[in-house]
Design a protein around this ligand. Structure first.
Ligand SMILES: N=NNCCOCCOc1ccc(-c2cn(C[C@@H]3NC[C@@H](O)[C@H]3O)nn2)cc1
Length: 447
């Protein structure tokens, strides 16, 4: 059986996010977030699911850290709930919220696990949304206050930091497609918010440097791949737009100091213009220590006039799909790595999310998720191919440690290495957990 060897220094871990796992939404002073509002709005989330309890990780974090320790990871990525720290987004600090994250981080460090802290994973305090949310530039100031507080509290304990998770989703799924909180459908609003999220990112990185916070700070970028259906210019340009909205739109301003012109023109044609003010691009254009790569899927695609935002249609016939209907296309991850290296140079790439949604049948206390194991084998092969090609990949985090609240899909879409019985909160290690544990321990995998 051939094996694939990984470099000794590659960091291994898993990832979660506050609203998806914590629960305890009204406990110890936490304020409401836009996802509390959105998930309690009828029709927004499948089965009427919400994050009120989720995986109850707020009370069970020690158990979760034990699962991480037994798994053998050296990094655990989680996010801080802004409205636990500042229940109204700014103003009065909530010490009990701060204390929860000290307890979580201390427990991780006790077990020799490096925390990777995401400052914003979509759960904007509702009080700030009531004042216009990310459409209001003043929300950026509130974010900087929040970031400063988190940096002050956890500097020295946390060595890996991420600013804003998947700004494509936070801007466009949330304000153009309208399928995520707060649920607007307005392209100009989405473009405005994408710019303000980049401003928040850049000013946070500047603050991180000015405060001399220890460690590394980076992004958490949606990535996807589109293989042109043909070599016709219209097909290739359509694919470039899809990849460009995921990657170029958010990383060019950070790394190159300018937006991708072809996308600026595309949005202008669609009636949306960037709200750039004097000094904005300089504020965004701050050196980062790594690009966080969140990859799930890709496919063949071609130009189709007036199809969606980007005049593109997916041709998915060549691929098996996961249970969330995303095509399985591991070669796309390999191409994303090369795309990032060619476009942005040798900035370290850290895979901060990759994983599969599977049906996951619990039978006699076991979940035989061979489909998820195969997904990981395929995508870790892409990681190894890229590393062997000279791409600077420093870590790999599986999404996710636990089955959790998968946003508008609710709890019916399971991504965890650990099965969660949402009636009892029992955690049950899936076969993929044991498989991943072996890969981490050995530093290689059989294929
Ligand atoms: N043609 N139009 N394109 C422009 C608009 O694209 C629409 C893009 O849709 C998308 C894009 C990305 C996702 C997605 C979901 N997850 C899983 C979560 N990641 C963070 C963590 O919380 C996980 O739960 N990762 N990525 C879904 C839908």
């Amino acid at each position: 059986m051939p094996i694939i060897q990984f470099p000794k220094g590659l960091k291994w871990g898993t990832a979660t996010a506050a609203y998806q796992v914590e629960g305890a939404v009204s406990e110890d002073g936490r304020g409401l977030s836009i996802w509390d509002t959105f998930s309690h709005t009828p029709g927004k989330v499948k089965n009427g699911d919400n994050g009120d309890i989720a995986c109850d990780s707020y009370h069970r974090y020690a158990e979760d850290v034990d699962l991480l320790h037994q798994l053998g990871v050296n990094v655990y990525r989680f996010s801080v709930s802004w409205s636990r720290i500042y229940p109204n987004g700014k103003g009065e600090l909530n010490p009990k919220g701060v204390n929860y994250y000290h307890n979580l981080i201390d427990k991780l460090l006790e077990k020799g696990i490096e925390p990777m802290l995401t400052l914003y994973h979509w759960d904007l305090p509702q009080a700030l949304q009531d004042d216009g949310g990310w459409a209001n530039r003043e929300t950026i100031d509130a974010f900087i206050l929040y970031a400063k507080t988190v940096f002050n509290e956890f500097n020295g304990k946390v060595k890996y930091w991420q600013t804003i998770n998947e700004p494509l989703c936070a801007a466009f799924l949330s304000n153009y497609q309208g399928v995520h909180a707060p649920g607007f459908q307005d392209l100009q609003l989405a473009v405005d918010i994408s710019h303000h999220l980049l401003l928040a990112h850049g000013r946070t990185v500047r603050l991180f440097r000015d405060m001399r916070v220890e460690g590394e700070i980076g992004t958490a970028t949606n990535t996807t791949w589109r293989e042109p259906f043909s070599i016709k210019a219209e097909d290739m340009e359509a694919c470039k737009r899809e990849i460009g909205l995921n990657i170029d739109w958010f990383l060019d301003p950070i790394i190159k100091g300018e937006y991708p012109g072809y996308m600026v023109e595309w949005f202008k044609k669609k009636g949306a213009e960037l709200p750039i003010k004097e000094g904005d691009l300089e504020a965004i254009h701050q050196p980062i220590d790594f690009i966080g790569v969140n990859y799930y899927s890709g496919n063949i695609a071609r130009y189709k006039k007036d199809a969606g935002l980007l005049d593109i249609e997916n041709i998915e016939i060549d691929y098996d799909k996961t249970y969330i209907e995303w095509p399985i296309y591991a070669d796309g991850l390999y191409k994303v790595f090369h795309y990032l290296a060619e476009r942005y140079g040798d900035i370290p790439l850290f895979v901060t999310e990759n994983g599969a949604c599977c049906i996951d049948q619990l039978s006699e206390g076991r979940v035989n998720d061979q489909d998820r194991i195969k997904y990981y084998q395929q995508h870790l092969t892409a990681v190894s191919r890229a590393i062997e090609s000279g791409i600077n990949i420093t870590g790999y985090l599986a999404w996710s440690l636990l089955d959790n609240f998968e946003w508008a899909e609710g709890y019916g879409k399971r991504f965890g290495l650990v099965y969660v019985d949402f009636h009892t909160m029992e955690r049950i290690k899936k076969d993929s957990y044991y498989w991943y544990k072996k890969v981490i321990a050995n530093g290689w995998m059989e294929i």
